[in-house]
Design a protein around this ligand. Structure first.
Ligand code: KG4
Ligand code: ZN
Length: 329
């Protein structure tokens, strides 16, 4: 079964063709990062205009790259939320138009659920037996969620951030340290030549599975304002250490509490080298980690998720609408 995936929830215009939810036939991403970098963050109006310019060429490239025509496709999967309304609309309208014109079944995908399915796009993709229940740590620019996955499409929210998302905290810390945008990769790069010598506070929120990252960010800001940061690499390493420590400690604890069989990492922050390493080291359970390239936004993960939704009998029609505040559970 071949599925075309379309993703335009934020600042990447992406399309991909995936076979049986696990094999990448093509994977195209047109990034707007350089355009938004000059503003130090995403400008929604600029993002939706760029999506309009890029969407058709990106879909065409994905189709050509996979060597398929419309008649080879068994389904179209598109992100319908959460994300920026104007950005989501471009992908959803493109998907609905193709679906109607070519008579190809359509399914809407939750962007966060898509991130989870990046873990299926590997050579040895996860086998359903001995997989569930599974604890997902989803860490992106907009979310930091701990989600219990009982089966395909079956989610329970266990915890979330009470303030900044992990990726958002990385982006803000990079701005404080004047390291550039996007902040996650910039902090990681700077941290490589530093040591985590500055002690930053962690908010443990004991008795809950929630996270809080604004305190770490504010502590860093106070140190910079007081002129106490002489080495930006050390500050970046200390910040990264504090965020990763909180994420890994709370995830491993929740995994024990809920008696899951596996832990799964997903979202843009899953690209962080220290987080990937520390989670594997500290977890007594097997950890699923997406390929580096598929951590940040892409359409391959949306198509993979779409495959599992089609397989479960889900389908959407021309009335599919964007839901900017869509929840996973
Ligand atoms: O999933 P994603 O591409 O977009 C959203 O759905 O939000 O995540 C983007 C976030 C940004 O905040 C970015 O700074 C962060 O992921 N990120 C990283 C790394 N690469 C991207 N954070 C830490 N370390 C990285 N290597
Ligand atoms: Zn994302």
């Amino acid at each position: 079964m071949k599925v075309l995936g379309i993703e335009t929830s934020c600042d990447e215009t992406a399309a991909a063709v995936i076979e049986d939810g696990t094999i990448i036939l093509s994977d195209q991403v047109a990034s707007q990062v350089e355009i938004h970098a000059r503003y130090g963050g995403i400008v929604p109006e600029v993002a939706s205009r760029q999506h309009i310019l890029a969407i058709i060429p990106v879909i065409e490239q994905a189709m050509t790259g996979a060597d398929v025509t419309w008649s080879d496709l068994d389904g179209i999967a598109v992100t319908f939320g959460p994300g920026l309304a104007g950005s989501l609309l471009v992908g959803v309208n493109a998907a609905k138009s193709i679906s109607l014109a070519q008579g190809i079944p359509l399914v809407g995908v939750n962007h966060l659920e898509g991130h989870i399915y990046a873990n299926w796009l590997v050579e040895d993709s996860p086998d359903d037996t001995e997989l569930f229940p599974l604890l997902c740590l989803i860490v992106s620019g907009g979310h930091s969620d701990l989600v219990l996955m009982k089966g395909h499409g079956d989610y329970v929210l266990l915890g979330r951030t009470r303030d900044d998302a992990a990726g958002e905290a990385f982006d803000k810390a990079a701005r404080i340290l004047d390291l550039g945008y996007p902040g996650g990769p910039a902090i990681q790069r700077a941290a490589e030549s530093g040591t985590a010598s500055i002690r930053l506070p962690r908010a443990w929120l004991k008795g809950t599975n929630d996270f809080s990252f604004s305190g770490i960010k504010t502590a860093l800001l106070r140190l910079v304002e007081a002129g106490k940061v002489s080495n930006r690499a050390d500050a970046a390493a200390s910040f990264q250490e504090a965020v990763v420590d909180a994420l890994v400690t709370k995830t491993v604890a929740a995994a024990g509490e809920y008696g899951v069989k596996n832990i799964l990492l997903a979202g843009g922050v899953a690209a962080n080298g220290l987080l990937r390493q520390r989670l594997v080291e500290d977890s007594p359970l097997p950890v699923l980690i997406p390929p580096l390239k598929l951590c940040t936004d892409n359409a391959a993960m949306i198509a993979a998720c779409g495959y599992f939704r089609f397989r479960a009998g889900k389908k959407d029609g021309p009335n599919l609408d964007v839901v900017p505040g869509l929840k996973l559970a």
